[in-house]
Structure formats: structure tokens, C-alpha cells
Design a protein around this ligand. Structure first.
Ligand code: MCN
Length: 825
């Protein structure tokens, strides 16, 4: 055994390089697409080119006769035991949830939907034959805009009779958690400040590195499914629940998974279709999508219209916020579906003490790709809106954006804080994070430069964007999730196996796909058990090896799974203690454990954990009634969510002649409680920040009037590269969480949630003096330029009346337009 050192917290907080990277960068990774099985067939999907159509006939004869083809199957051919793509979070009993068959039978509701599957000896043969499947469609009118869909003039699913899926409301007065928002708005209209805005959260495409891929082997006692998923345990449950295959007969393995960002938090039609074909043919089958297929048939994210009414007193103290969301679900209610926008209910009030609040969410069906979780899921949307609004309020009052935030935020001595939506924030220190961020950013110097540029009419103006965010992650409290109609729990499970040689196996119900759990989990266990980092093996992602787990999403793995690990480790110590006392011929109460060693208090007599593990394994010399086994498992469920927060500051230079925006500097100070691995954390922060910046500046999924995704490749869907970004300054303040003994808060989504409003606030700040008070995302040079031009044309015409930021028509007809100052009063 590697020597145990005596540093009790040597590992937690250390910037360990990731264990998993050695195999990732030396080509020893096991991607699903690398799996080869004897006699394996390859599948290709035939997909609808139409956004909305009835299928009138499918002729598979020519495809069946093509070289190498073993079978061609329609939805009707596979109907029995095919399963359904389930919605696991119905918002209420009245929700309209169209049945989502993995293979459409007579009706397609969006382009890209699968209508037939070809199985062939090679992937190329399958793809060639897929071209030969002749499908007759009777095209139907498609509804593509969520607000148009509300009119129910064109129906996404004619059989449902409406496009409105569900309405969900949280009202602070009704819930007894705050005042009446209507009264606050009336009062502000008379005597204060009323700000009304409509913001658009554009549709985004999760662009993970590894396209989705599934291999199904139905030839053994168990059906084995390897799949590039974030949720092997949930997938196994939903396959069993919807196909009738007993759960014990299904083994799901998520091998190395190349990213997900929420996009693999899904049970996909492709997984069900591959399973069905493999079972029908009795042969292993593989399906790996092309990037074009990912773009059109992997679920999308965001896509909301946000109508916001903020009431405040004249000095900028917010008195109420009303949120009206229209959330586009696309063609089906996906696994988390309407639940994603509803997560915003607890986030729109963010770090602020709003006395009155109302959140209304209408989810609607359209004929576009279905929408579900994408990094942040519901929280970036809410954070964007409120952080933009706080800037608008600051402008209205005529103070610095930081001043308006400080006036309204929860102070550090007010924690734990019960928010206006009834959520308990356990801990936070917004003052500290903001102070650190402004220091690193050199806030005052940049403001001074901004003033100089304004005064000199510099064609390149400087803007400073503030985002003081919090988020709700660590999806946990099962009781709360149950109360919200969420179909699963929020606990997490871990097992620790003490091997006879003193090495340790950790079985984790969380399933990483890029987050470095093998490293961080080893650090936690190393410290807890005093075992060397290198002696710990972390296993995950295989329902046979780790039968219990609720997987990785919602930045939950550390705060929930990490705490399960701690509890399992503590049980190992508890089980080992009587054995150690017996070996030391001492009473149990006289034995203490520290840094991997049990010792008799006040003496130098001791045994290591490894020696106790060996004694437990041989069973030769154990106290009576003590089992020869130190293995322990634990399941943890938290009492509330995790609330990381932070202050992000962004400086953007905006060329007022071309509309081009260039990032000048970016500082992020996140408070995620105790940090297990600062290197992993910095990586998570960097990645998240870039994803959020990309929403602000570059990315957006666009459909044409026929419902064809026109941004269907990386040529049109402009994902950033490292060359497109600058070096960020990232730092942390540490306010430990009180929901778990490690004091940690999640980090996986924080950057993405914080950065989008920071960037847009900076752009607007740069040109606000020209009359611009919004630019629609992504803020392309054209949009910024048009916003400046429109503002210039309208200067002097500002009425001072409350008006939405974007007139609906403006956005419908000219998505590149920006908004000009109709500053509401
Ligand atoms: N961590 C830490 N100290 C903290 C908080 C976190 O050291 N105080 C470490 C954890 O130990 C873990 C990592 O940071 O190694 C992320 O932890 P956590 O915040 O618990 O998030 P999850 O592990 O649950 O990951 C999910 C989260 C989400 S929701 C998305 S989306 C996302 C993300 O992680 N997708 C990712 N980061 C991603 N990173 C990669 N490379 N690929 C993705 O698809």
C-alpha cells in the first residue's frame, strides 16, 4: 500500500490533474462508437424532411433489396414493445402531452423525426439504403412561433385541439411568501418606477463533442445497452417502464461519454429504436448519429419569450416582479419538458429581496425540435432577464448598476434566507464576491475610461456589464421534487469497497461525462479514509456495477453524490473501529481515527485502515458478532437545493460605426462553497462562461418558414472556438454551504448562467447614451449597428411611456433589430 501521509485535508482543495485525462488523451477511451461486437449490424434512421405532415405510405421494398441490408422497419412494424419517449415532469394533471413514439407511425410533428429504421451490415450500407425508403407525406401547415401557437390557429398536433400544453403559476400572495404583485405594480405606476420589457431567449443547440451513439446486444440473458448518455439509471428505468422488459433484464452502460451539457439528459427515440430493432433481429445493433442529425434531432435548449414587469420606488428599491413566460417546447414534451422553464420560478428574483412576486409560465407545442435541458436549464433564462432588468432600473434611477444591486440584495447576515418564492437559500455573501470582482476588474478605472470615451465621442465605446447571479442547482430534495410533480427523486448513492490490500473501490451513482468525478471523488475519499489518492478506483456508469444512482445533471453530483460518498466513508470508519480496537486490545471508545490510522488515545499504538481491511477480509481475528466486511453504502438527499452565486464583470468595446463588439476583459468570482479541486473548478468555470458568452454573441438556432432548421451545421450554427475568446480572470470566494458536511455548492452550470447577461449588459452599457436599451441575442454586429441606427433615428421621440422593449412585430419580422430607448417610467 502506498504510504498514508498525515495531512488530514491534503487532497480536498488540491489542484490535482485529472486521473481520467491520461486515458482520454492517449486514445484509450471507450466511446460507444468504438464498440465492436461479433455479428453486429448498423442502423440508419429515415427522418422526416417536413416539419408537419401525415404519413400516408411507406415503401421499403427498394431499401430492403439494397446490398447489405438485413431489415427495414417502420413504426408499425415495431409497435409492440417499442416503448415511448416519456415526459417525466408533467406540470399538472391537465397538461397536454402528445404521445412521443420513438418511430412516428402516421404523423410527424417536426423535421428530423424518425419514420423508419434500416439495419445493414455496415453503417454506409444502412445510410445508402435509408435514401431508398420511399415515404409519402401529406404536408400540413406548421406552427413555428410560440406566440403564434398560442392563438391555436395552426395546430402542431391537430388531435390535441390546442397548442397550449400547460399553465403553471407561482404567486407570492397566494402562497403566503410575499405581497401582492398587482398592488406593487399599481403603486409603482402611480408613484414609482415601472419597467416593462419583453426579452427573447433564443433557441440553442447543445453541441457536445461526441455525437450520440447506442449499441444494443440482445443476445445474452440480459439486454446490454451501451449508450452515450448522462442518465444510465434513469434510462434503464424508463426502458423497463415503457417496453415491459423487466428492469433486471436490462443493463445500461454509459462508457466514456464525450460531453452532454444537458443534451444527453434524455431518453432518445434513437435508443428505443435501436433496442427494438436489435430485439426483433436478435442481433447486436449499433446506431451512431451524424453531426447533422445531432443538430436537428438532439433536443434543443432555451426558446422562451419573457414578458417582465418590475415595480420599484423612485430610489430603486424593487417592490415587485411579475414574469410571464411563453416557453416553446417544440413538438413534444420532452423528459423534463415544461419543468425546465418552471425552474425559473425560483430564480427570477435571484439574489434580491423582492417583497411581491408572480411567475406565470405557459408552455406551448410547435412544429420544431423538442426542447429540454441545456446547461443551466431554466436558470440562465431567469438570470438573464433579471440581470438585464436590474441594469434597466439602474439606468432609470441614474445610478451605477452595482449600486442598484446592493440596494436590493440579501445581505450576508440575512442567511438562511427564505425567498419570495418560498425557497430557502442556505448561505451566501454577495458583498464579498462583488468586492473581489470589482477589485480584480479594476472597476473604477474602467468606468473612468468609459467616461473619457463618451466625452470624446470615441467611435469605439466601452461598456461594463454586471451580473450578480445566484442559481439553484444540486437537484436534490426528493420531497420538493415530488411536490413539483417531478417523476424521480433527487437522492444520490455511493458505495465504498475496502479491498483486502487496502485499496479502495468507489461506486458512484453520479455519471460523469467530462466533469472529472474520478479525480474529485478520489480526493474526497482519500481525505476521509486517509488512503492515497492513487489507491482509489472510481467506477460509474454501469447499472450492473452501480445498480443505484440518479446520474449527472443539474450540477448535483458533488453536493449530493459527494455527500453520499462522505457518509459511506464514515460508515467504513464506523465498521472498522471495533476491529481496530480489537486488534489494539483497547476499548472502542479509546480508539480514534485520523489520517488513515486508528490509534489508542494518548499512545503511539495504532493500526492503519489497510491493516484493518486485511483483518476484516481474513476474518481470523475479529470481535464476536462483527461482520468480516467493511464495505459500506449510503444514499443522501438534501433538505434544500444548492445556491452558488457570484459576480461576473465584463468589459466590451463596441464600434459604433460597424456594430462590432470585442471583449476587453472578463472577471468571474464564483462562490461555490468549499472547493474540492480548483483545477477542475476553473475548467468548469471557463467552459461555462464561454457557453454563456456564445449565447450572448454567436449562437442561435433558426428555422425557415417551412420549419427547416437553417442553422443545421457548424457553418451556420456558430459555436465558438478558443480563438474567439479572451483569457478570463476567475477567482472564488468561499461561503460554505450548510446543506452538506463538505460545505460545497455546484459549479457545473454557474459560468453559463452568469456570463450571458454580463456580456449583453456590457454591450448595452456601451451604447446606452446613444439611446439603445437592448440588443437581441445573439448580439451580432448587424443587430448592434441597427440598434444604434434606430436609436439615432428616434432620438428626441422618447415618450417616457412604459412600453415593451421589443414590439412583438419587430422581433417577428426583423429578428436582427435592436431596441431603442423607450425607457419606461
Ligand atoms: N467541484 C469542485 N468543487 C466544488 C464544486 C464542484 O471541485 N465546490 C467539481 C466536482 O467535483 C466535479 C465538477 O466540479 O468534478 C462539477 O461538479 P458539479 O457542479 O457537481 O456538477 P456535476 O458533476 O453534477 O456535472 C453536471 C454539470 C452540468 S449540469 C452540465 S450541463 C455540464 C457540467 O456539469 N456539462 C458538462 N459540466 C460539463 N463539463 C464537461 N466537460 N462536459 C459537460 O457535458
Amino acid at each position: 500500500m502506498t504510504a498514508v501521509d498525515d495531512r488530514p485535508t491534503a487532497e480536498i482543495g488540491s489542484a490535482r490533474k485529472r486521473k481520467e485525462d491520461l486515458r482520454l488523451i492517449t486514445g484509450r477511451t471507450k466511446w460507444t462508437d468504438n464498440i465492436q461486437l461479433p455479428g453486429m449490424l448498423h442502423l440508419a434512421m429515415v427522418r422526416s424532411p417536413f416539419a408537419h405532415a401525415n404519413i400516408t405510405a411507406i415503401d421499403t421494398a427498394q431499401a430492403k433489396a439494397a446490398p447489405g441490408v438485413i431489415g427495414v422497419f417502420t413504426g408499425s412494424d415495431l409497435a409492440e414493445g417499442l416503448g415511448v419517449v416519456a415526459n417525466a415532469w408533467p406540470l399538472n394533471d391537465e397538461q397536454k402531452t402528445p404521445t412521443h413514439l420513438p418511430i412516428a407511425v402516421d404523423h410527424v410533428a417536426c423535421a428530423g423525426e424518425i419514420v423508419a429504421v434500416v439495419a445493414a451490415r455496415s453503417a454506409a450500407a444502412a445510410r445508402d439504403a435509408a435514401e431508398l425508403v420511399d415515404v409519402d407525406y401529406d404536408e400540413l401547415p406548421a406552427v413555428l412561433d410560440a406566440r403564434e401557437a398560442l392563438k391555436d390557429e395552426v395546430l402542431a398536433h391537430p388531435g390535441l385541439g390546442t397548442n397550449k400544453s400547460a399553465f403553471w403559476q407561482l404567486d407570492s400572495a397566494a402562497a403566503g411568501t410575499g405581497g401582492d404583485v398587482g398592488a406593487a405594480i399599481d403603486e409603482a405606476r402611480e408613484n414609482g418606477i415601472l419597467i416593462e420589457r419583453v426579452y427573447r431567449q433564443q433557441r440553442l443547440v447543445p453541441a457536445f463533442m461526441e455525437p450520440r451513439s447506442t449499441v444494443v446486444d440482445p443476445t445474452g440473458e440480459q439486454i446490454v445497452i451501451w449508450t452515450a448518455t448522462q442518465i444510465p439509471h434513469i434510462l434503464r428505468f424508463l426502458i423497463a417502464a415503457t417496453t415491459g422488459i423487466p428492469e433486471s433484464k436490462v443493463r445500461v452502460i454509459a462508457p466514456d461519454v464525450g460531453g452532454g451539457f444537458g443534451g444527453k439528459l434524455q431518453t432518445t427515440p434513437e435508443e428505443f429504436a435501436t433496442l427494438a430493432v436489435a430485439r426483433r433481429l436478435g442481433k447486436p445493433c449499433k446506431y451512431t448519429e451524424t453531426r447533422s442529425e445531432t443538430m436537428v434531432s438532439g433536443h434543443h435548449g432555451r426558446d422562451q419569450w419573457q414578458t417582465l414587469t418590475l415595480a420599484a420606488t423612485k430610489d430603486g428599491t424593487v417592490t415587485g416582479l411579475k414574469v410571464d413566460l411563453v416557453a416553446d417546447l417544440g413538438a413534444y414534451v420532452a423528459i423534463l419538458g415544461g419543468g425546465v422553464p418552471v425552474l425559473g420560478a425560483w430564480m427570477f428574483h435571484a439574489i434580491y429581496k423582492f417583497p411581491a412576486y408572480q411567475f406565470n409560465c405557459q408552455t406551448v407545442l410547435t412544429n420544431k425540435t423538442w426542447v429540454d435541458a441545456y446547461r443551466g436549464a431554466g436558470r440562465p433564462e431567469a438570470t438573464y432577464a433579471i440581470e438585464r432588468l436590474m441594469d434597466e432600473l439602474a439606468a432609470e434611477v441614474g445610478v451605477d448598476p452595482l449600486v442598484i444591486r446592493e440596494k436590493n440584495w440579501i445581505t450576508h447576515d440575512e442567511f438562511p434566507f427564505s425567498s419570495v418564492s418560498g425557497m430557502t437559500y442556505d448561505s451566501g455573501n454577495y458583498e464579498a464576491a462583488t468586492a473581489r470582482a470589482t477589485e480584480l476588474f479594476d472597476y473604477e478605472a474602467l468606468r473612468a475610461e468609459q467616461r473619457r470615451r463618451r466625452d470624446s465621442n470615441d467611435p469605439v465605446q466601452l461598456g461594463i456589464g454586471v451580473s450578480t447571479f445566484t442559481e439553484m442547482c444540486g437537484l436534490a430534495p426528493s420531497r420538493i421534487l415530488g411536490a413539483l410533480n417531478y417523476g424521480a427523486g433527487g437522492w444520490e448513492h455511493a458505495t465504498i469497497r475496502m479491498l483486502a490490500t487496502g485499496k479502495v473501490e468507489v461506486l458512484s451513482g453520479a455519471t460523469p461525462h467530462g466533469q472529472g468525478h474520478e479525480t474529485a471523488w478520489s480526493q474526497i475519499v482519500a481525505d476521509r479514509l486517509g488512503v492515497a489518492f492513487e489507491d482509489i478506483e472510481v467506477l460509474h456508469g454501469d447499472t450492473q456495477i452501480v445498480p443505484k444512482g440518479l446520474d449527472t445533471y443539474g450540477s448535483r453530483s458533488l453536493v449530493i453524490g459527494g455527500e453520499a460518498l462522505v457518509k459511506a466513508a464514515d460508515k467504513v470508519i464506523e465498521k472498522a473501529k471495533p476491529i481496530a480496537a480489537h486488534l489494539l486490545e483497547a476499548g472502542v471508545d479509546d480508539v480514534e481515527f485520523s489520517a488513515g490510522r486508528f490509534s489508542v488515545k494518548g499512545t503511539d499504538k495504532g493500526v492503519t485502515m489497510a491493516e484493518v481491511a486485511l483483518a476484516a477480509w481474513t476474518g481470523h481475528n475479529l470481535p464476536d458478532g462483527v461482520e468480516p466486511n467493511l464495505d459500506s453504502d449510503a444514499t443522501f438527499d438534501a433538505y434544500t437545493f444548492s445556491f452558488p452565486h457570484g459576480t461576473h464583470l465584463c468589459a466590451m468595446e463596441v464600434d459604433t460605426e460597424t456594430g462590432a463588439s470585442t471583449m476587453r476583459s472578463y472577471v468571474a468570482v464564483d462562490d461555490i462553497g468549499t472547493i474540492i479541486n480548483p483545477l477542475i473548478v476553473a475548467g468548469q468555470e471557463h467552459g461555462g462562461i464561454v457557453q454563456g458568452i456564445a449565447q450572448a454573441l454567436w449562437e442561435g438556432a433558426e428555422y425557415d418558414e417551412n420549419g427547416t432548421l437553417v442553422t443545421g451545421s457548424f457553418v451556420d450554427y456558430t459555436l465558438p472556438t478558443a480563438a474567439d475568446t479572451i483569457s478570463f480572470v476567475v477567482d472564488n470566494t468561499v461561503t460554505p454551504s450548510t446543506t452538506n458536511t463538505l460545505g460545497t455548492k455546484g459549479v457545473g452550470e454557474a459560468g453559463c448562467i452568469a456570463s450571458t447577461p454580463a456580456v449583453v449588459n456590457a454591450i448595452v452599457d456601451a451604447v446606452r447614451h446613444l439611446g439603445v436599451n437592448d440588443v437581441q441575442m445573439p448580439c451580432t454586429p448587424e443587430r448592434v449597428w441597427k440598434a444604434i441606427q434606430t436609436a439615432g433615428a428616434h432620438s428626441g421621440e422618447v415618450t417616457g411611456e412604459a412600453q415593451p422593449h421589443f414590439a412583438d412585430d419587430t422581433l417577428n419580422q426583423d429578428p436582427s433589430a435592436g431596441a431603442t430607448d423607450g425607457a419606461a417610467q
